[in-house]
Design a protein around this ligand. Structure first.
Ligand code: GRG
Length: 295
């Protein structure tokens, strides 16, 4: 295996995509249109950042990669389902995702809703079904991911995001919304390796917990910056849509310079959390990638 995490990315991407392929029904299985739509939502060129965080945190804690495929795939299924919902007319009403027509544009709105509805429970079935892991560990993984995507995580954050349109928020209110909407699933990606490495010394769990929170928040601030600074063809979704939708964003409320500074601060905070851990070079590489992407 290459020493450098960047060179291991194709290996991990192949692993998670093979797992996703094995758990998603084929597009020749009835109802074909639904299964085709689920596959379209998954196999359309995502960066797979969350699965990579699962593998990188697993490397750090010495978890065998065969155990990491399930949480990596489950979290990507949740992420893909959230993107499908996020793009719907009732939410951000977007035409483009990962450089391709959004699911409801390619298929139709009802199929997009159903495909997302089916990806979410599939994620939990994948977690409940990990081979070679004790039942209580599987239950704790299900709970970790369910909490991250529920009303006290991603869905709650999305609801706050919709309620914040056109409003002026204080920095802590905006960051709380980001921590839920985007940060919770990123944090769960890192913490899933902790659940699998159980029992992990408390200090290591706390280090990864702090890292996951800092990087989760930085991810959304960078995403806001990309919406302002990026081009549609580079970011794969319609640039400038946050401003058009009157979204509460970091650059919109505090300016581009303050957003860049906050990203750098969060990167430094995340890297400092990793200091007591051995073998965290992959996580450090991903943290830098998250903050530098699109620069
Ligand atoms: C749980 C019922 C229910 C609904 C979901 C829609 C929703 C609630 C939440 C949306 C959360 C959301 C879309 C947050 C944005 C996260 C974000 C910055 C996504 C972009 O992630 P990347 O850059 O995308 O990793 P790729 O395409 O690379 O996978």
């Amino acid at each position: 295996m290459p020493n450098d995490f960047e060179q291991r990315i194709p290996h991990y991407t192949r692993r998670v995509e093979a797992k996703l392929d094995s758990v998603l029904p084929g597009s020749d299985v009835e109802p074909r249109r639904l299964h085709e739509a689920m596959r379209y939502a998954i196999f359309n060129g995502g960066k797979r950042v969350r699965p990579l965080l699962v593998y990188a945190a697993g490397e750090c804690l010495g978890v065998p990669e065969s155990l990491l495929d399930a949480p990596a795939a489950a979290i990507e299924l949740i992420h893909a389902f959230s993107l499908v919902h996020d793009d719907l007319p009732a939410m951000d009403d977007d035409d483009l995702r990962r450089g391709l027509p959004t699911l409801h544009r390619k298929f139709d709105e009802a199929t997009a809703i159903l495909a997302a509805d089916a990806m979410q429970p599939l994620a939990f079935a994948v977690l409940a079904d990990i081979d070679g892991v004790a039942g209580d560990v599987r239950a704790s993984l299900v709970k970790l991911v369910a909490t991250a995507c529920g009303s006290r995580g991603m869905t709650g954050g999305q609801s706050m995001d919709l309620g914040a349109e056109g409003r002026t928020l204080e920095a802590d209110e905006l960051e709380h919304m980001f921590a839920l909407k985007t940060g919770a699933l990123i944090h769960a990606s890192v913490m899933s390796a902790c659940a699998l490495a159980h029992p992990v010394p408390v200090a290591q769990c706390e280090a990864l917990d702090g890292f996951g929170r800092a990087i989760g928040l930085a991810f959304q601030i960078r995403d806001d910056l990309l919406d302002v600074e990026g081009k549609t063809e580079d970011i794969g979704k319609t640039a400038g849509s946050d401003e058009r939708m009157n979204k509460a964003t970091y650059p919109g409320l505090f300016g581009i310079e303050a957003s860049r500074r906050r990203c750098d601060e969060l990167l430094a905070q995340g890297l400092a959390c990793l200091a007591p851990l051995r073998g965290a070079t992959a996580l450090a590489w991903l943290a830098r990638f998250i903050v530098d992407r699109g620069k």
